[in-house]
Design a protein around this ligand. Structure first.
Ligand code: DI6
Ligand code: FE
Length: 409
């Protein structure tokens, strides 16, 4: 389409992330927007003759990338665990803290006690940090409620974030995150509640876009996870999984068998799991913030994933226990320094493949005609610079659905 557009951006360099390889660089490019979507994109010199746009935007020589996508967060929670962080640095063990009622249950208590408005207020500053760094799409998991009312409250807050903030939100029901004290010693009965009561009610209320579980010795078994996936299937919902974070439970193969969108963490991923993911097109979501904060030493098998052609996404895993991180740019840097991703892979991991991990590849993740006009402008010299800095924020402007939503310095 050419001709009458809503808006036209020029004086920008483009990293479209659209080609099969590379950044899809177009120096001195132009992007036209119509009805919130990309109507034309290319070199400025190739703009069709006689084009007209209602609004003209000067990109001031910035680099323009797809809006960033944080595809794995637990960003809606109340309270903080800085006391635990401090106790651990003063010699307390993780299990000792958990026995004292700390750990994940301390966040569950704080989240249960917070009103919906208080929970929203607690979460917004974290969301704002992400938005200021060019994030235009955000996944938010429940899992700090572990009862129907609190899981509902978390997911309602997630929806409200999507309605009131300039960001698209995808919600994930993570009822199978931990065993609540009410069900101590009876995980099977809790999984019954997750599958037969919580998920049906929350799905009926339109609060669930996908279903996740924590498949781990300290979480739920592969059999219990499979029951959750069966329930998701009954509701027509896609699945993803916290898999092979602390041990190999065969979670990656399991989620691949259900055609899962993603398997996340993956430090203990086996060759079999990699094959299953490659076959199924399941995205590997790498979470270097949790690796760093837990001072893990076992690396996810990045080279093997690369060789198998498994797409790799990168995310913050923002949560109070293992990754209190609200910078996706820092996650990109850590993915490079700790996991040896290239800066190109890191950028693809927060755009193209993060979109795929959310089932949104048709609509987001790259700058292409027909996709939603979600993008960020950066004061950088080359796109690889986004993964390079530690602290500092070169984001100058964020556009979501074609509308300028945030203008930085
Ligand atoms: N894996 C993690 O590392 C976090 N959740 C999960 O499934 C831990 C969450 C917490 O400690 O609060
Ligand atoms: Fe997580």
């Amino acid at each position: 389409m050419s001709g009458d557009w809503d808006a036209l951006w020029t004086n920008v360099h483009l990293a479209t992330m659209a080609g099969p390889e590379g950044y899809g660089e177009i120096r001195d490019g132009a992007v036209a927007i119509h009805k919130g979507r990309i109507a034309w994109i290319g070199a400025r010199s190739a703009l069709p003759e006689g084009h007209r746009a209602r609004e003209l935007h000067d990109g001031k020589g910035c680099w323009l990338t797809p809006g960033l996508i944080d595809c794995h967060t637990h960003i809606v929670y109340a309270g903080s665990r800085s006391d635990e962080f401090e106790a651990r640095l003063n010699g307390a063990g993780y299990e000792e803290i958990a026995r004292r009622g700390g750990g994940i249950m301390s966040t569950v208590r704080a989240t249960r006690a917070a009103s919906e408005d208080a929970l929203l207020d607690a979460s917004l500053p974290r969301v704002q940090n992400l938005l200021a760094e060019g994030v235009t799409t955000l996944e938010i998991k429940s899992g700090y409620g572990l009862d129907l009312d609190t899981e509902r409250k978390i997911l309602r807050v997630a929806r409200r974030i999507g309605q009131t903030m300039p960001v698209r939100v995808r919600t994930t029901f993570l009822g199978a995150h931990a065993l609540p004290p009410e069900y101590a010693g009876d995980a099977e009965r809790y999984i019954d509640a997750v599958c037969d009561e919580m998920l049906p009610a929350l799905a009926a209320e339109g609060l669930v876009d996908a279903v996740d579980a924590f498949c781990e010795r300290i979480g739920f078994s592969a059999d219990q996870t499979a029951r959750v996936f069966e329930a998701a299937r009954r509701h027509g919902l896609p699945v993803k999984l916290h898999a092979e974070q602390l041990s190999d439970q065969g979670g990656a193969s399991l989620v691949a068998r259900y055609g899962g969108l993603s398997a996340d963490h993956l430090e203990h991923l086996s060759a079999e799991g990699i094959d299953a993911m490659a076959q199924a097109g399941t995205v590997a979501v790498l979470l270097p913030g949790a690796f760093y904060f837990l001072r893990e030493t076992r690396l996810p098998p990045v080279q093997a994933l690369r060789e198998a052609g498994v797409p790799m996404a990168v995310s913050t895993d923002c949560n109070p226990g293992t990754s209190p991180m609200t910078s996706l740019l820092l996650a990109m840097n850590m993915a490079c320094t700790l996991f040896r991703l290239t800066p190109l892979e890191a950028l693809a991991g927060v755009t193209l493949y993060a979109a795929k991990a959310l089932g949104m590849a048709q609509d987001a993740g790259s700058l292409e005609t027909g996709k939603r006009a979600d993008f960020a402008l950066w004061d950088i010299e080359r796109p690889g610079e986004l993964a390079y800095g530690i602290g500092g924020n070169p984001c100058r402007c964020v556009v979501n659905g074609g509308v300028v939503r945030f203008t930085g310095r």
